[in-house]
Design a protein around this ligand. Sequence first.
Ligand code: KG4
Ligand code: ZN
Length: 347
Amino acid sequence: MSTAKSDRTPHLVLGIETSCDETGVALYETGTGLLAHEVFTQIDMHRIYGGVVPELASRDHVRRVVPLAREVLASAGRALPELTGIAYTAGPGLIGALLVGAGVAQALAFALGIPALGVHHMEAHLLAPMLEPDPPDFPFLALLVSGGHTMLVDVAALGSYRVLGESLDDAAGEAFDKTAKLLGLDYPGGPAVEKLALNGDPTRFRFPRPMTDRPGLDFSFSGLKTFTATTARKHADDPGAKADIARAFSDAVVDTFVIKCRRALRQTGRKTLLVAGGVSANRALRAGLGTLAEEMNVQVRYPALQFCTDNGAMVAYAGSLRLAAGASSANAFSVRPRWSLEELLPP
Ligand code: KG4
Ligand code: ZN
């Protein structure tokens, strides 16, 4: 990564992610790489409610952040005074949850006399594939598919983001989660729908590929959700239909992304596609985009599976790039539950 390499002082950055239902803490050193990371997922706590309960999430982050930070430092054999900066997710996300990470990061940075930096959660997701060996170079096209966002972004450089298209309603992960609920599957729904779809008959149902028959790069998943719900109701007496519905839904989502990525790659002429966010863990999506990459002679890159969903490593990494370039947030901090990626500037 050019920004990190051009700065000769090594930066040792603690990254803290608390935007939703995962507490992630990691330690990243410029020049060396990721030293340690830990994620505590609150899934078991929220499961009985069928989704994330924001206040419970905040309270659990309070319990986890400091012990996880201690663990990460200990497993890397490093101590607090060695830190040169602290990065935390400042948004978008759940406001109470964000405030926990921001509060701990700012207090710790103040006590240590080092800078703290609020990081954009989607920028962190977007950069996660760069944690892998042989990271791709800017510029590239990015497909961000998480529980809260679905976006195609043209990335010229760190901080230079042009959103080419986004979801007008549900995010891709949200569509997976709602489909899972409809089919009586566990929360979070993405992995459960993926697994069930493997046993489904791809020829039994054909679901619409939303917004692919008109120009543009925006997405819409609410119509697909309604179609899925109607089909599930119609076949409620047939337990075997569930896998076929999951398969039809998954095929429709994958096709939609393949069509829009093909269009965006043609439009921008980019030769690399980065895919990140929780849904980038989906193997059917990876297979579909793999075929597209061959067809178009482009590279497609993903984060490691453990860094597709929320984690501290991507926050530590994004923070390290910006801190190395001299950025920091003032001690008086604010978090932003809603925050457009296009408001970011290069460091
Ligand atoms: O990026 P992420 O951890 O959190 C947000 O920033 O939203 O994404 C979580 C989302 C959830 O909706 C989850 O169901 C989905 O990613 N997800 C998947 C898979 N793994 C996680 N969706 C489809 N297939 C998967 N294997
Ligand atoms: Zn996320």
